[in-house]
Design a protein around this ligand. Structure first.
Ligand code: URA
Length: 435
């Protein structure tokens, strides 16, 4: 078999056999197939797509490209959650402790941010001392003792995805339904949870720009998971504006803390209640979504979800003082406020622009080796549907960059807000539930 023939086959719109997909992934992981050929194949898939069998085989080959976690020694039904990426998406930091405080067993492996989307691991690492490198028995022991751990992927878990994702990021091949489905599901299957809740984001700040594509992606992932015996369900959530108000690592952790203390933004909390109630049913802690929602509201109200977060931070070596006194988080040297230039209603806030701006302020990586400024980012004061008056604050920008560097970014953030003079309804965050 020659890789070039497989590329040509896919380029011309033909199906790849299981053996051909296996040949590609095995060869690529072993270093026998070079990046440029894998990249050409990925681009052919972007244009030609894959059928369900091909996606399923690709997922299987990627899942088994390395170690597969055995969580059987963790008591109870383990649940995991994965978002296809967004701006201001601190859901896992709030949702994980909420579900664990209700008795759900949360064994979560998270990722880092790249490009305009943030990553849970970077956010967690803005808490001084906290380690996300909890592997093997330590991961299992932590989940068994407090019901939750959020860790980074080990080197040996799904190495195919690690190589392919990095390549996709620099070759314009991220936005592909089969490639995203295989990337997400290979990781979720390899990390061993019994229940998987997928948050498929849709809108300007997401990889899926419209509902048809988001639905197709969610459906294919749900089918793959269920076929392999995992209880897999999905929510389709809006990413047409950033989630919550804060964008940027430490800023988002502070918002997550406030949310766990009962002061969360409406959209973020609705996503947590909807996704969390599904996870509680998957974890066999609630019989219905309604019962799950009630339980989640209770642990926010009585402080148990916040306590669980504190426990998790402590177990993972983080300085709990920062959680109890979030004012301890370092504030950037430069704090710039942006004001509305006219009266009206906020029609849209370009989430992609806000995500990219946060990255340019120092809050994200343009390349894998970039060092993140944990204090950098943006805090919105207004969301879609809010009424504004000329001179009202729209957002606050935090950065340690020089004025010449941050000035154009501030202008872009200003332009990300569209204000119109007619009434605009707030958008619901949950667009659909699948499964
Ligand atoms: N998240 C992933 O893990 N993989 C993708 O391809 C996109 C989002």
């Amino acid at each position: 078999m020659r890789m070039v023939d497989l590329i040509v086959k896919k380029r011309d719109g033909n199906e790849l056999s299981d053996e051909e997909i296996r040949f590609w992934i095995d060869g690529y992981v072993k270093g026998e197939i070079p990046d440029y050929q894998s990249s050409a194949m990925q681009m052919a898939i972007v244009f030609r797509g894959m059928n369900k069998r091909e996606v399923s085989t690709l997922t299987d080959c990627m899942e088994h490209s390395g170690e597969v976690l055995d969580l059987s020694s963790i008591k109870g039904w383990k649940v995991d959650k994965h978002s296809t990426g967004g701006v201001g998406d601190k859901t896992s930091l709030v949702l994980g402790p909420m579900v664990a405080a209700c008795g759900g067993v949360v064994a979560k492996l998270s990722g880092r941010g790249l490009g305009h989307t943030g990553g849970t691991l970077d956010k967690l690492e803005s808490i001084p001392g906290l380690s996300i490198a909890i592997e093997g028995q330590r991961f299992i022991d932590q989940v068994n003792s407090i019901g939750i751990a959020i860790a980074g992927q080990t080197k040996s878990l799904v190495p195919a995805d690690k190589k392919m994702y990095a390549l996709r990021d620099v070759t314009g091949t991220v936005e592909s339904i089969p490639l995203i489905a295989a990337s997400v599901m290979s990781k979720k299957l390899a990390s061993g949870s019994d229940g998987i809740l997928l948050d498929v984001t849709v809108g300007e700040g997401a990889f899926m720009k419209n509902m048809d594509d988001a639905r197709e992606l969610a459906t294919i992932m749900v089918e793959i998971g269920n076929r392999l015996g995992r209880d897999t369900r999905a929510v389709l959530s809006s990413m047409s504006e950033p989630l919550g108000f804060a964008v940027g690592n430490a800023l988002e952790v502070k918002e997550a803390i406030a949310s766990l203390q009962g002061h969360g933004p409406k959209d973020l909390m609705e996503l947590c209640y909807s996704a969390g109630s599904i996870m509680l049913v998957q974890a066999k802690q609630a019989k219905t979504y309604e019962e799950g929602r009630k339980m989640l509201k209770e642990v926010i109200g009585n402080g148990k979800a916040f306590e669980k977060f504190v426990q998790m931070v402590e177990k993972q070596g983080g300085d709990v003082e920062y959680i109890l006194h979030p004012e301890k988080f370092e504030v950037s040297k430069n704090v710039i406020e942006i004001f509305a230039e006219k009266d009206g209603y906020v029609q849209s806030i370009n989430a992609l622009e806000i995500g990219e701006s946060s990255m340019r302020l120092g809050g994200g990586r343009a390349t894998l080796d970039d060092v993140i400024d944990m204090s950098a980012g943006i805090v919105l004061s207004k969301k879609i549907g809010y009424k504004v008056k000329k001179g009202d604050k729209l957002a606050t920008v935090y950065t340690n960059k020089k004025e010449s560097e941050y000035k154009p970014v501030v202008e872009d953030i200003k332009r990300a807000f569209v204000i119109v003079d007619y009434f605009i309804e707030e958008e619901p965050v949950i667009k659909e539930v699948i499964g």
